[in-house]
Design a protein around this ligand. Structure first.
Ligand code: TXA
Ligand code: MG
Length: 322
C-alpha cells in the first residue's frame, strides 16, 4: 500500500523519495503523474516496471522554470511563444534536446527530441524545490485509464509505489495537448487540456494535423531506434568484427571489437537504464554488426526485447502503431 499524504508534509516526503531515486505519484493540473528523477536511469526504468509497459514510449519531462527547460532543449521562437502563453499549464512541446542535456536516454527512448512541459499545482512545487526535472507518464498501469484522484492512483498502482502526493481531484482531468514546431508550422500530435483554437489564436495560424504527424508517433517504424550497424539478436557465438551487447555473466565464443554488458548481474532494471546508451556506444565503435545476447522476456525484459527487435528489424519498415 502506498501512503497517501497531503500538503507540505506530502511535498517534503515526495522530494526526499524522488531525490533517492524512488517513484512518487504527483498531482498535475491534468492527471496524476508517476514521477521519477529524469536524470536517473534506474529511477526512470522503474517507471516502466511499475506501469508494466511492454514498450519504452518516450516520457514527458516536467520542469519548474524556463532556465531548467532551456538547459534541456533548444527553443525556436514559436515554441518560446507557446511556452510563454501556456506555461505553467497543460501543453507539452516537443523540442530538440540540447547537447550536454542532463536527461537520461531512457526518458526519450533514444530519440533526439524531448516532450517538455511546466505543470501547475503541487507538481510544480515539488520540481522547483527538488531542482531537478521529473519524467512522468500518467500514473496508471499500462492499459488502464489516467487517474485524476489520489485514491484512483492508490487503487491501480498502490502496491508498486511508496507514496501518492494528494492534491485532490485534478482540475483539467485530461492529459496535456502535445505540439511540435516543424519548419515554421505547429503540428498537433495529441489533443488535450489546451484547446487547439486557443493555440491557433496565439500563433495566429492553423495547426497542422494528420498525415506526417503519424510518423511522430513513436514506434511507428520498426527501425525507429535502429543503430547504423546491423543488429543480430539471441547470439551465442560472435562473427568476426562484431561488437557485443552482453547480458549476465555467461561468455560467448569469439572476440568482440567492443563490448558493453547491459547488466553483468542480470538485473533487468539496470539493463533498461543502460540500453540506449550502450547501443549508441557500440554503434560508434565502427563495428558493422552488433551481436546481442539473449535477454529474458519477463518484467522489463519485454520492453528491452521490443526495442532490440526494432533495432534489428529491416530498416524503415512500417509496423503496427503502439
Ligand atoms: O498531462 C500529461 O501529459 C500527463 C501528465 C502526467 O503530465 N502525462 C502523460 O504522459 O500523459 P504519457 O506518458 O501518458 O504520454 C506521453 C505522450 C506519449 O504519447 C508519447 O508518445 C508522447 O507523449 N511523447 C513524449 N515524448 C515525445 C517525443 N519526443 N516526440 C513525440 N512524442 C512524444
Ligand atoms: Mg498515459
Amino acid at each position: 500500500m502506498a501512503k497517501i499524504v497531503r500538503g507540505s508534509e506530502g511535498v517534503g516526503q515526495a522530494i526526499e523519495l524522488l531525490a533517492a531515486g524512488k517513484l512518487v505519484a504527483i498531482p498535475t493540473e491534468t492527471v496524476y503523474g508517476l514521477a521519477a528523477d529524469a536524470t536517473n536511469g534506474e529511477a526512470v526504468a522503474s517507471i516502466y516496471e511499475a506501469k508494466g509497459r511492454p514498450r519504452f514510449n518516450p516520457l514527458i519531462v516536467h520542469v519548474a522554470d524556463m532556465k531548467m527547460a532551456s538547459d534541456i532543449a533548444i527553443f525556436d521562437s514559436l515554441s518560446r511563444k507557446l511556452a510563454a502563453a501556456f506555461w505553467p499549464g497543460p501543453l507539452t512541446i516537443v523540442l530538440p534536446l540540447r547537447l550536454g542535456h542532463p536527461i537520461h536516454a531512457l526518458v526519450s527512448a533514444g530519440l533526439d527530441t524531448v516532450g517538455l512541459r511546466m505543470p501547475d499545482g503541487l507538481a510544480h512545487e515539488v520540481i522547483a524545490r527538488l531542482d531537478r526535472p521529473l519524467a512522468a507518464p500518467s500514473a496508471n498501469a499500462s492499459g488502464r485509464i489516467s487517474p485524476t484522484t489520489a485514491q484512483a492512483v492508490e487503487a491501480d498502482l498502490g502496491e508498486r509505489i511508496p507514496l501518492v502526493l494528494d492534491g485532490g481531484a485534478t482540475p483539467v482531468g485530461v492529459e496535456s495537448t502535445i505540439v511540435k514546431v516543424e519548419s515554421g508550422t505547429v503540428r498537433l500530435l495529441r489533443p488535450g487540456g489546451v484547446a487547439a483554437e486557443d493555440i491557433e489564436a496565439v500563433i495566429d495560424m492553423p495547426l497542422a494535423r494528420g498525415a506526417t504527424g503519424k510518423v511522430e508517433a513513436p514506434g511507428m517504424l520498426a527501425s525507429h531506434y535502429a543503430p547504423t550497424a546491423n543488429v543480430r539478436l539471441n547470439v551465442s557465438a560472435l562473427m568476426p568484427g562484431e561488437a557485443l551487447l552482453a547480458f549476465g555473466s555467461f561468455a560467448v565464443a569469439g572476440s568482440p571489437l567492443a563490448t558493453r554488458n547491459l547488466s553483468s548481474s542480470g538485473d533487468l532494471r539496470e539493463a533498461a537504464a543502460n540500453l540506449f546508451a550502450y547501443l549508441a556506444e557500440l554503434d560508434a565503435s565502427g563495428a558493422k554488426s552488433i551481436a546481442v545476447m539473449p535477454v529474458p522476456d519477463h518484467g522489463l525484459g519485454e520492453a528491452i526485447n521490443d526495442r532490440l527487435s526494432r533495432a534489428a528489424a529491416p530498416r524503415d519498415k512500417p509496423t503496427a502503431p503502439e
